[in-house]
Design a binder for this molecule. Structure first.
Ligand code: DGL
Length: 246
């Protein structure tokens, strides 16, 4: 077993893959983007489990030694069930970096996530575990942002960001990017919220992958950083993925 499998509803998980390849350059990777089914953030638990278990089947067949769910929505909805369904597979998931905001003592924080994640029980649990009494947390749903990012529709992305984030402009010191797609539009978010720190889990997830590989004696020092990308929608999106990773 040699590769690390990384999957997302689309291009968002590339933000995680980028960090992973920096931290673990001697591993080989397979990236699976289910762009034909974006947005995951508007699907039900049943739909999400059906889609993600198909991807996991594929990645296991491709001999992946560890699978990264580089999607907050899929992790929040399915990770527990996937672990039960595939007890021999090591999964590392992604949840909004609410703990990071806590660790760094931010005071007023937006949690920007997909509609699914925003409403999820998991986010409530994270808030319960990591919100300080003197901290203000604002849950904001990114609506159709993930789809707009897939379509590279910059003007619409800017319009939506303005609409949903500008009311918080003078109120917050930090924003948690609770959807991996949003890490691809940090510049655009910065335009609406200048001087606001953006927090995502990409580095933390990569470190967790390294820990899991070490713990299970699966670290590879001989891989060459080889990467294959699968996109369920189009070859153009595969090309764009390589551009994003540059
Ligand atoms: N990138 C995903 C996440 O982290 C989901 C985006 C979507 O398809 O709605 O939540």
């Amino acid at each position: 077993m040699s590769k690390i499998g990384v999957f997302d509803s689309g291009l968002g998980g590339l933000s995680v893959l980028k960090e992973l390849r920096k931290l673990l350059p001697n591993e080989d990777y397979i990236y699976y983007a289910d762009s034909i089914n974006v947005p995951y953030g508007e699907k039900t638990d049943e739909e999400l489990l059906e889609l993600t278990s198909k991807i996991v089947d594929y990645l296991i067949k491709e001999d992946c030694k560890l699978i990264v769910i580089a999607c907050n929505t899929a992790t929040t909805s399915c990770m527990k069930k996937l672990r039960e369904m595939y007890p021999d597979t090591i999964f590392v998931g992604t949840v909004p970096a609410i703990k990071v905001a806590y660790d760094y003592n931010y005071k007023d924080t937006i949690i920007l996530s997909t509609p699914y994640t925003t409403k999820s029980k998991r986010v409530q649990e994270l808030i319960h575990d990591y919100k300080r009494d003197d901290q203000n947390l604002y849950l904001v749903s990114g609506d159709n942002l993930a789809s707009l990012i897939e379509d590279n529709n910059t003007s619409e992305i800017n319009r939506v960001l303005n609409e949903i984030l500008s009311p918080y402009k003078d109120k917050v010191d930090s924003v948690v990017l609770g959807c991996t797609h949003y890490s691809l539009i940090k510049d655009e978010i910065n335009n609406v919220l200048p001087n606001v720190v953006q927090l995502d889990g990409c580095r933390g997830i990569s470190e967790e992958v390294k820990r899991q590989l070490e713990k299970n004696n699966l670290l590879d020092n001989k891989g060459t950083g080889k990467l294959s990308i699968i996109n369920t929608k189009s070859d153009d999106l595969v090309k764009r993925s390589y551009e994003i990773l540059k």
